[in-house]
Design a protein around this ligand. Structure first.
Ligand code: SF4
Length: 141
């Protein structure tokens, strides 16, 4: 069985509810849904090119979660790690759930925002399983 993990990298998105959805969903994946299989890493360390962090990400799977089209997580991962194994946009989960309009409050986040984060976390958790599934040769892709 592989010891690889999936690192979840939400964008900073500070001050924006779309960033809050991303961060909250990452916490749900790492602390509840896929505790043994996933971990968080800090985007600023990736931006800074911290060698130990970059090397770890290269050896593992990486999921970017972004809160707007600037895609700070995705773009910085591509620039400094050279790969992203899967990517999500929090705006997509909002578009898919028009009945759950996210509240503007980021501290605390609102009930709709929490529900959106849970829905996104479920998708990310499914992707964690997919990424760690061995291929036909028994190797991780
Ligand atoms: S992707 Fe958008 S919301 Fe996220 S940190 Fe960058 S500018 Fe902020």
């Amino acid at each position: 069985m592989s010891k690889q993990k999936v690192y979840i990298i939400p964008c900073s998105g500070i001050g924006k509810v779309f960033g809050s959805i991303g961060r909250e969903s990452a916490y749900i994946v790492v602390n509840e849904l896929k505790k043994e299989k996933s971990a968080l890493e800090c985007l600023p360390l990736i931006v800074k090119g911290k060698k130990k962090v970059i090397d770890t990400l290269k050896l593992n799977k990486v999921i970017a979660i972004d809160g707007c089209p600037l895609k700070c997580s995705y773009n910085n991962l591509m620039e400094n790690v050279g790969k992203v194994d899967a990517k999500f946009m929090t705006t997509d989960i909002v578009k898919e759930n028009r009945d759950l309009r996210p509240e503007s409050s980021i501290m605390p986040i609102g009930e709709h925002t929490k529900k959106l984060a849970k829905k996104l976390a479920e998708k990310v958790a499914q992707k964690v399983d997919d990424l760690l599934k061995p291929n036909e040769e028994g190797e991780l892709e």
